[in-house]
Ligand binder design. Structure first.
Ligand SMILES: Cc1cc2nc3c(=O)[nH]c(=O)nc-3n(C[C@H](O)[C@H](O)[C@H](O)COP(=O)(O)OP(=O)(O)OC[C@H]3O[C@@H](n4cnc5c(N)ncnc54)[C@H](O)[C@@H]3O)c2cc1C
Length: 186
């Protein structure tokens, strides 16, 4: 039987992972990259004796299967790091992903109560949504309530992604936004 063939345009993370997957499935795979180096937006570019990256190269650990495959390729070169992100609100720094207990302790009382009510409302409303959220804003509001969204997520998300949150896909929230754990929900 003739080998099945695949051609992939672009050697960014998506193209590389597609090529890796197709190779595993037995395809004769060709990857075409127009730049002199692969990696796309995640590429590290050599300059003199050094190598520079466009930005951080961090993977979230939500997709366990993907991480296992990734580690099988990189071995010990992939370094595990605990994420240490802080969000500043009203002069106070909060660990991110947010923890309910930090919000409750540090937010101004009136705002904390509004956030709590909004979050409780979102939890109660969750079983009654019949349709899927249309964009990231709707998805985050359904998860956390409107007050928490406006206080914590709207500005940060818009600045990070460089576009209005309403123009970001709701899928992004499913893939990337952390959730309060069950104990904190209670
Ligand atoms: C500063 C910065 C920091 C980031 N940090 C992280 C991070 O820590 N964690 C994370 O998960 N994500 C991070 N990202 C996002 C991540 O880099 C992108 O989501 C990812 O690179 C997208 O992969 P992609 O393969 O879809 O596209 P790209 O990375 O854009 O790759 C597309 C590739 O296709 C090639 N190409 C395009 N057209 C053609 C053509 N006609 N023929 C041949 N080749 C073509 C391009 O040259 C490019 O190499 C960061 C992005 C930036 C800019």
């Amino acid at each position: 039987m003739r080998p099945r063939k695949a051609v992939i345009l672009g050697g960014g993370p998506a193209g590389l992972y597609a090529a890796w997957t197709l190779l595993q499935l037995g395809f004769e795979t060709h990857l075409i990259e127009r730049e002199p180096v692969i990696g796309g937006l995640c590429a590290s570019l050599p300059a003199g004796l050094n190598c520079y990256s466009h930005g951080t190269h961090a993977f979230h650990d939500a997709d366990v299967k993907f991480l296992e495959e990734f580690r099988s390729l990189t071995g010990n070169n992939a370094i595990g790091k605990k994420r240490q992100v802080r969000i500043q609100l009203g002069g106070q720094l909060y660990p991110y992903p947010l923890r309910g207990i930090d919000l409750w302790r540090n937010l101004p009382v009136e705002l904390a109560i509004r956030c709590l009510c909004g979050f409780g409302g979102a939890l109660l409303a969750a079983p009654f949504h019949r349709d899927r959220p249309g964009n990231a804003e709707e998805a985050i509001v359904r998860l956390y309530g409107r007050t928490l969204y406006e206080a914590m997520f709207a500005d940060y998300t818009q600045r990070f992604w460089g576009m209005p949150v309403r123009e970001i896909s709701a899928e992004f929230v499913a893939q990337r936004m952390p959730r309060f754990n069950p104990a904190e929900r209670v």
